[in-house]
Design a protein around this ligand. Structure first.
Ligand code: SF4
Length: 315
């Protein structure tokens, strides 16, 4: 019997035994199951800034987990060995039930992050963990391409506190480099910007592929959606794309363009440029980021001018 998966925007209809585009969701006896449920391929304690999240509990650590799988095919994927289909059978994994994962976060007194590959395609495991985390007052983070189906974004909202979402480029860029579409990402960002969750967007800037006018166009769109935090991150060659790494000078030019667009917080990534947080009202330094620690000058999440900084500054 055919069945439809609603985990991501592709909404695959699958015949008995057929796999979805993500390769890990399979029709078994008329029901679509996540074949690698709970089979963890990456587990690590990370600085939260690495997600990147600069406005959610700065300076804290987060217990990060990934199962194998992705619904896009980015030729520049930085985590291809745990996301791209051709590596599926080769990657060793270890079964970690949700309660064991969440218990580890409780013992470490840290948040949990669903990250590294594309958690949307293994969202049944994600949601089982996130529900338990919520019951235990453990903060929850999703790092994702944002390619939700409408139904799956609704399922996620009650259980995720902070989102780090990739916006890779415009529609043509997604077609050329990811075999995907920008449309579901933009729709998700529009919906997320209206919620109380912390939302930060990252664009991996590929010099020669992204132009400064692309940066202006993307930033203008993000600003109109109400996005408050945008990271422009330097690309390094990975997987199938062998373009040279994005230069610091191009990043600097792109950051200058982005800062003109009235997005309150714009940061550089894979670089030491523009790492610190300033008050959008009075320009005071509010968070200083060093390579291995952060120093905040906030009082109860506020600047001395009384501006409430966007996000969750923790307790
Ligand atoms: S997660 Fe997405 S790609 Fe995978 S089967 Fe479901 S709808 Fe298809």
């Amino acid at each position: 019997m055919k069945a439809k998966c609603d985990f991501c925007y592709r909404e695959c209809t699958l015949s008995e035994g057929q796999r979805g585009i993500c390769h890990i969701r399979v029709n078994r006896d008329g029901a679509i199951v996540t074949e690698n449920y709970g089979e963890v391929v990456a587990l690590a304690l990370d600085p939260i800034e690495k997600k990147p999240l600069y406005h959610f509990r700065p300076g804290s650590r987060t217990l990060s987990v990934a199962l194998f799988g992705c619904n896009l095919f980015c030729s520049f994927c930085q985590n291809y060995s745990i996301s791209q289909n051709e590596f599926y059978q080769r990657r060793p994994s270890r079964y970690i039930p949700p309660n064991v994962f969440v218990q580890q976060a409780i013992e470490e007194k840290v948040s949990v992050s669903f990250t590294y590959s594309e958690p949307i395609v293994w969202q049944d495991y994600l949601l089982d963990c996130a529900r338990m985390a919520k019951n235990a007052a453990v903060p929850t983070i999703l790092v994702s391409s944002g390619t939700f189906s409408r139904a799956s974004l609704s399922r996620m909202l009650p259980f995720i506190d902070a989102y780090s979402i990739d916006l890779k480029g415009d529609e043509s860029f997604y077609g050329r480099y990811s075999k995907g579409s920008a449309k579901p990402v933009i729709a998700s960002l529009e919906a997320l910007a209206k919620t109380s969750a912390t939302v930060e967007v990252t664009t991996l800037l590929i010099e020669g592929e992204h132009t400064l006018s692309d940066v202006k166009e993307l930033g203008t769109m993000l600003q109109s959606l109400g996005i408050r935090v945008w990271h422009l991150s330097r690309y390094h060659p990975a997987y199938k794309l062998d373009h040279p790494a994005t230069s610091e000078s191009f990043l600097q030019e792109a950051l200058a363009v982005a800062k003109e667009l009235k997005i309150p917080h714009v940061y550089g990534g894979n670089s030491r440029q523009d790492q610190d947080t300033y008050c959008p009202e009075c320009s005071a330094l509010l968070i200083k980021r060093f390579p291995h620690h952060v120093k905040t000058f906030l009082q109860a999440g506020k600047c001395t001018c009384s501006h409430q900084l966007y996000g969750d500054m923790g307790s």
